[in-house]
Write a protein that binds this ligand. Structure first.
Ligand SMILES: C[S@@+](CC[C@H](N)C(=O)[O-])C[C@H]1O[C@@H](n2cnc3c(N)ncnc32)[C@H](O)[C@@H]1O
Length: 387
């Protein structure tokens, strides 16, 4: 018996179906052959006989995981060429790339990471063609088909936010999901990232002493906006784009509407970017974006506006690089993908590492859902390429 799921997916639950039994046996044999280091020709024979590369055993191990375990670069390459799934996770949430990384096998890791980048680039391309007008769901594993407030801007904008401090004195702006789970929209532990970002964006900027023209998308806790205001010469113009009513109310309470040089555009960046209001400010020396509940395709769209928004080759752009940040491989793929897409948009990026490993999990997350679990944050600074 089978049932349809959202018209697109078929959940097959008939374990007595002879076809499924045959596929399961072939898939299991393939994984065993790899783990037992049988000759590569045997593996090829099994694939040619129809062994499914997408098959994962009871532990979630796929053929690609197995090839990473036995550190066989040639086999990893073959499986990828034959269509192995680069981002399948096992029961411990590890991809084959994570296995290669844990074994320090750079060659196998790079092969899997590059397969991820190629696949994401292809999906971006497909989502831009008329053949496939739906937005890329390439980030299925990264964000799931999630219409909750975490992954849908509309749901996020109609949800209630709370400004609080946790038991460690950490400032938090959070939303509470229907299931009672609390998710940090912005959390105080990110202050160091914001601090380093402002340093890289502003400290040695040639126009710093005359007051920079700054555009920031997404206020949150206002950490980065306060840092911009606290520069030795505050910005000559500081535009903040923010759509959430609770955030706007918080900004009003804190006096942001009355600050000299500050202009607030109430709305989503997607609605403001081509508006007369924004264009009336002219171009910017520094641009930063850090939104919430948006996936990579929105960030990619933002990149495409940079050339028209940045004032000169000395202008700088950065964004909160947090996509895929609960898994080393996904983080690496999204970091490199954004570098390639920024290059397409005419901007060259330089990365710096920020060590964010000092805090323990309990202090950082408390009761909230983890969204960044890697020890190093990769901070991007992009400048328009001179033509
Ligand atoms: C992570 S917080 C920003 C934190 C900020 N960088 C700081 O230093 O505190 C994300 C903010 O982006 C806002 N946001 C979400 N979607 C947006 C959109 N489409 N356009 C502009 N802002 C958006 C949210 O309401 C929220 O205030």
């Amino acid at each position: 018996m089978s049932e349809t799921f959202e018209d697109d997916f078929e959940i097959i639950d008939d374990i007595d179906d002879p076809e499924i039994i045959a596929l399961t046996e072939l898939g299991t044999t393939l994984i065993q052959a790899i783990l037992e280091k049988e000759p590569i020709s045997n593996v090829q024979d099994l694939i040619d006989a129809g062994a499914p590369l997408w098959y994962q055993d009871d532990d979630g191990t796929s053929a690609l995981h197995a090839a990473a375990y036995v550190e066989n670069e040639q086999l990893v390459k073959l499986l990828i060429e034959e269509g192995a799934v680069w981002n399948a996770v096992d029961n411990l949430q590890n991809t084959a790339g994570d296995i290669a990384l844990s074994l320090n096998n750079v060659a196998c890791y790079n092969l899997i990471r590059d397969a991820g980048i190629r696949s994401e680039l292809l999906l971006t391309l497909l989502s831009q063609t008329s053949l496939n007008p739906t937005p890329s769901e390439s980030s299925l594993v990264l964000r799931g088909l999630d219409n909750s407030a975490v992954a849908s801007t509309d749901a996020f904008l109609s949800s209630k936010l709370r400004y609080t401090q946790d038991s460690h004195g950490q400032d938090i702006c959070s939303l509470v999901l229907d299931d009672g789970q609390e998710v940090g929209v912005m959390m105080g532990w990110e202050r160091e990232i914001m601090q380093k970002t402002v340093e890289k964006l502003c400290i040695d900027h040639e126009k710093k002493d005359q007051g920079l023209k700054v555009l920031n998308v997404g206020f949150g806790l206002g950490i980065i906006d306060n840092l911009f205001q606290n520069l030795s010469t505050p910005p000559a113009l500081h535009v903040i784009v923010e759509p959430h009513r609770d955030v706007l109310a918080h900004m009003k309470e804190q006096g942001w509407y009355d600050k000299k040089g500050v202009s607030i555009l109430e709305g989503k960046w997607q609605d403001c970017i081509a508006s007369e209001a924004l264009q009336g400010f002219g171009k910017f020396d520094v641009i930063y974006t850090d939104t919430f509940s948006e996936n990579y395709s929105e960030l990619h769209k933002f990149f495409k506006h940079l050339r028209e928004l940045l004032a000169s080759p000395e202008s700088r752009f950065s964004f909160f690089n947090g996509l895929g940040a609960t898994n080393a491989l996904f983080y690496d793929v999204y970091t490199r993908l954004s570098e390639l897409h920024l290059a397409d948009a005419g901007a060259d990026v330089v990365w710096s590492d920020v060590d964010v490993s000092a805090q323990n999990d309990e202090e950082r997350w408390g009761e909230t859902r983890k969204y960044f679990s890697l020890p190093i944050y990769r901070l991007p600074i992009a400048k328009p390429r001179q033509i």
